[in-house]
Design a protein around this ligand. Structure first.
Ligand code: HEM
Length: 417
């Protein structure tokens, strides 16, 4: 609860370090589906004006689909307001645009993300999963699956699809961690000359990454490959747009899969009965992947700004108000899912909103699902018997549902023949 509103608090990034706050979400869904949240100073980050938390599935979908009422452009898409001086810069990113401008950029970049290109990548992802899992098995009997398998799996898959040379992969990891983990104590903020934390999405913090994007594009024009950066470098995107895309793809494509992969393994470790169904082939891996994404939504929330006075679930919303949708609550809404707190790997239909909805629905969903399907197919073979060896460590964040470590025990029996 926060003192000022008397309502459950789903803003505090520290809450998510112990798992999803299901009781708070449920109370909000049942009694305050559009609830005022205080945005107090936290972890050195300054206070903000507060926002509306939207927690029911139908309302989340409504907000995400209606970009004329709920804009991605006005205040961008993070809960915390960007510095006013940085806003024009941040708005250049497709994620932070509204139709029709958004559509032009989305069409251009969709052409680089063709299903054929992603499917050609399956064999590479599978070989990588096998190697990493073999390494984990050899490290055993206890191993952290995040450092041994899932972090590298997500990062290396992304860099391959983008066309980033292997030697530069460490750079990408550093840049994305700075942006995503900025609320986490393991990632101390960069301070300005007055000792205030610098927004990781500000131009100053991104200059190095942007210079790299231009260099890489120039390299791809000279030596084209079957990768996304080659397509972007050959497209009519302006230089500044290309830099922003590189940033968007780096961040959107890395930490989401880095969350989904260990999150889904954690769910399986906690539900041996469901895991047996998957191992026995009683449920399709595709439907299992979607249920695991519902269960462990990698993205907790996204922000919009009301473009005009409107109303949501009977609550008046004023133009300029911040409206934050909680995917993590919508995926457990009893109004949309039968028995939502039961993990059911065969669940159909499964209208989870982990990839969002409306014009900004995830552009990398196909790529993400492919990576997760391949990972689970390979885990089923290589680590059929892992057990939790201790509690996972989770990210301090109200944006990404991150898992920082997942210690498991591997019984000595070895992999199946
Ligand atoms: C399980 C993994 C993933 C999850 C859960 C996820 C989730 C999301 C969500 C919720 C949005 C909507 C943002 C909004 O409403 O403003 C989004 C957008 C986006 N995602 Fe993903 N994502 C994942 C993986 C990826 C991957 C692998 C890529 C690409 C390499 C990617 C690229 C994008 C892009 C470019 C957008 C912006 C789309 C637009 O603004 O039109 N995502 N993602």
């Amino acid at each position: 609860m926060t003192a000022a509103t008397g309502l459950p608090d789903v803003y505090d990034p520290r809450r998510y370090a112990t798992g999803l706050p299901h009781d708070a979400f449920r109370e909000l869904r049942d009694h305050h589906p559009v609830a005022r949240q205080e945005e107090y100073e936290v972890l050195g980050w300054p206070a903000g004006p507060g926002f509306w938390a939207v927690t029911r599935h139908a309302d989340v979908v409504r907000v995400l689909k209606d970009s004329t009422a709920y804009s991605s452009h006005l205040g961008a898409t993070q809960i915390r307001d960007p510095d006013a001086a940085d806003l024009p810069f941040i708005r250049r990113m497709m994620l932070n645009q509204d139709p029709p401008d958004h559509g032009r950029l989305r069409r251009l970049v969709s052409r680089a993300f063709t299903p054929g290109r992603i499917e050609r990548f399956e064999a590479t992802a599978r070989a990588r999963a096998r190697d990493l899992l073999r390494g984990a098995r050899e490290t055993g009997p206890t191993v952290d699956l995040v450092t041994a398998v899932t972090d590298d799996y997500a990062l290396l898959n992304l860099t391959d699809v983008l066309g980033v040379p292997a030697s530069d992969r460490g750079l990408l990891l550093r840049w994305t961690e700075r942006v995503i983990a900025y609320q986490d104590p393991d990632e101390p903020p960069v301070l300005d000359e007055r000792g205030r934390p610098v927004n990781p999405r500000s131009p100053a913090m991104l200059a190095e990454m942007f210079a790299y994007a231009q260099e890489l594009a120039a390299y791809k024009r000279r030596r084209p490959g079957d990768d996304v950066m080659t397509s972007l470098a050959a497209s009519p995107l302006a230089d500044a747009e290309l830099e922003m895309f590189f940033f968007l793809l780096t961040v959107a494509g890395n930490d989401t899969v880095r969350s989904a992969a260990p999150g889904s393994l954690l769910a399986l470790a906690e539900h041996p009965g469901q895991r047996r169904r998957l191992a026995a082939g009683e449920v399709a891996v595709d439907s299992a992947v979607d249920e695991l994404l519902r269960w462990h939504p990698p993205v907790l929330s996204f922000r919009r700004t009301a473009a005009r006075d409107t109303e949501l679930a009977g609550r008046p919303i004023a133009a300029g108000d911040k409206v934050v949708v909680f995917h993590a609550s919508a995926n457990y809404d009893e109004r949309a899912f039968a028995d939502p707190h039961r993990l059911d790997l065969g669940r159909t239909p499964n209208p989870h909103v982990s990839f969002g909805d409306g014009p900004h629905v995830c552009l990398g969903a196909h790529f993400a699902r492919l990576q997760l399907r391949v990972l689970h197919e390979e885990v089923r073979q290589a680590l059929p018997d892992f057990e939790l060896a201790g509690p996972p460590r989770r990210l301090v964040s109200n944006f990404i549902n991150g898992v920082k470590s997942l210690p498991v025990r591997l019984p000595p029996s070895g992999p199946r023949p």
